[in-house]
Design a protein around this ligand. Structure first.
Ligand code: 2AM
Length: 193
């Protein structure tokens, strides 16, 4: 059976994404690496990996019925995953509300037979891949406040040198009605070389 690589994520507004792109540009002289395309920047809440196409359809149909607890996260920190050679932006400490949103998402996903990974949740927005120096810049730009009230379900297709993302569903905004799909002809994360 065919499978689809899926993840749930917070997707930034265009202005927040533009600010994050500024963070990437500021870090690049220090770390080197490949800048992610602005329109692909996101914060993953749950990475599902490959799921069979039928379950993917079921999740896409169910997502508008799920409500993510709304909250706010301050992106105030550059971090590095040295093994993956990633530079990221994220909260220095995971806010309780975001952790709860993550945990409630995985509780909901258990109804579909999906299990959370054993690793702790490390909220981050990947800004640069293939970094050459694993030391983040000494200076961090002004913190960015990210208020969120929904998540998106994203299908990821592997391309040479990157991935193509397609938003297939979004959750019901906190206090709102089930949304029509607002965006997404698809975008890919292949940044500038
Ligand atoms: P990354 O940016 O740190 O690589 C699409 O690949 C999204 O899912 C990215 O945000 C990516 O995180 C995340 N992702 C990919 N593989 C993952 C894994 N095994 N565990 C958790 N997140 C993963």
């Amino acid at each position: 059976m065919s499978s689809v690589r899926l993840f749930f994520a917070l997707w930034p507004s265009p202005s927040l994404a533009a600010s994050l792109a500024g963070w990437a540009e500021q870090a690049r002289p220090t770390t080197g690496g490949r800048v992610m395309r602005t329109e692909t920047l996101h914060l993953t809440l749950a990475f599902l990996g490959p799921v069979d196409a039928q379950l993917a359809d079921t999740l896409a149909a169910a997502t508008p019925g799920h409500q993510l607890p709304a909250g706010e996260v301050a992106l105030d920190h550059y971090g590095v995953f040295s093994r993956q050679r990633i530079l990221w932006a994220g909260p220095r400490q995971t806010p309780a509300g975001l952790q709860a949103a993550h945990d409630s998402l995985w509780q909901w996903l258990a109804d579909f037979g999906l299990t959370a990974p054993p690793q702790p949740f490390r909220p981050h927005v990947t800004l640069l891949r293939n970094i050459e120096h694993a030391q983040p810049p000494d200076t961090t730009p002004a913190p960015l406040s990210w208020r969120y009230d929904r998540m998106v379900l994203v299908a990821s297709e592997s391309l040479t040198g990157g991935s193509r993302y397609r938003i297939v569903a979004q959750s019901r905004p906190a206090g709102g009605v089930a949304p029509a799909l607002a965006q997404s002809p698809g975008c890919n994360d292949q940044g500038s070389p």
